[in-house]
Ligand binder design. Sequence first.
Ligand code: ZN
Length: 591
Amino acid sequence: MLHYSITPSDLHAHLFSVSLEISEPASDGVQLTLPAWIPGSYMIRDFARNVVDLRAEANGQPLKVTSVDKQTWQLAATDGPVTVHYQVYAFDLSVRSAYLDQYFGFFNNSSLCLAVQGQADRSCTLAISLPDTETPWQLATGMPRQSGDQFGSGVFTAGSYEELIDYPVLMGQLAIQEFIAGGLKHGLVVAGHHYGDLGRISGDLAQICEYQIDLFDHQVPFESYLFLTIVVGKGFGGLEHRNSTALLCSRKDLILPGKQTIDNDYRGFLSLCSHEYFHSWNIKTLKPREFIPYRLAAEQYTRQLWFYEGITSYFDDYVLHQCGLIDAATYLQLVGDTIARVQRSTGANRQTVTDSSLYAWTKFYKQDENSPNSIVSYYAKGGLIALCLDLLLRRDSDHQVTLGTVMRDYWLEYGATGKGTEDESFASFVEQKYSVKLAAFLERALYSTDPLPLNELLSEFGVELSHEVAADDNTIGGKPASNNIPVALGAKYKASPQGLELQTVYNGEAAERAGLSAQDRIIAIDRLQVTEQSVKEVFDRYQPDQQVTVHAFRRDELLSLKLVWDKPRANNRVLRVKRPEQLKGWLNPKR
Ligand SMILES: [Zn+2]
């Protein structure tokens, strides 16, 4: 038996105290480890670096602990039960690790609970205490409860270590709004200072959940579900779990009472919720065979993240449209944003989406100023591949089969059974089950950097995709631009009163040809100062191919360079419904 106890012991020092009782330690001594990463976020994070002051005891006596490596401890052999005590420093305000202060606490058990080697398959119990605060705290988690009142402290159970670390916990003065979707209990739980209309939000969430439950034909891999939400001034993130999701959002993302229209911020929050909820099927149960089981001590590679993140990204906004939360024009603008983002990066010509998946650990999760020149996002391009798949399936099955239909059947075959998927499973499944041939399309889409057949497919569904000039180097997307500046710098920049700080310099374009690099700060063009205030006025003076003198700082060194302006490129991707009768149920033009 394994029993963990977690106490938020020092809110000001951001410390959780943890104890672990091991009733049957291995005869040659217990080995303890903490994961290096958390499923769903493919980066080595070395959670053990936050463990402080680890001690062990047996029979009332201290037991010798030897540190083995960055995340492993070896306890001396003993015959009786062993108890381990340690603290964990928790001040990472993200959904991936742990956080604690006097206002709220959040943790993943992968940051707090040591795994006992050889006992990962055993069930365990976890007692969680709440701190002694002036206004009482509550706690919310999807972990099955053994004792204690709903949202109070108590004892929880998990069937294995992998299950234990899939139940994040949120604590504090929580705002809780429960709702029913698909006949199942759901809850929106919010920690942090917020002004959101939780009644309205949970109503919108109920529609999203209901739609997805219907899409999977009421085969639901959980009995209840929680949206555990941390609200901050500025933040964004989500991590999927088996019967909950941990979300981080900005205060302005939660719609205010009395507001009717769904603005971009709130739409983004609903998309995030829709995305993480869809993952309950697509990665939490249907998953790459390489992830069965997870091995959390080091990187675990797969070429399939494009499928799990791409298809999920496709459905997140698509479900919003199908629920009537966003109209067809808004939906198409979001698709245009994604196409523009993928096609703007020269990295899309240099990395395949399967390689992007494989190198998630070192490239996608460790992006730098050169990433747009060297990598493609498996989320964004994966989402566009999913769009193509949906349209191809509809077209080639005479509108009988959709990507939604396939996901339901595929989930039953490879997810509900626990089989897991291999690189080629999807194409062969679709061909066998529906006689739709996808192999040739997928071969090109996944293993080459050839452009996707977006124009052709969208056009067959009555939608025209046009390449249009963007307003400036910074604003590209799916929205038609007005007031374009006449020249292009070929760099993304952040304008401030101090100048233009270059964030990305695109290969082969004006800024790079002139010798400018990311992080350079342009302070003057033709010896006149350029700032946030004057940038448009300055750029408006010039014509493509004209040469100017640029002064910029690189670190503390002043550069004087000759720059020849580029012609503005058609970087926007604008989608318009031209022949609504051809949409055939893919989109609803009346919404
Ligand atoms: Zn995701």
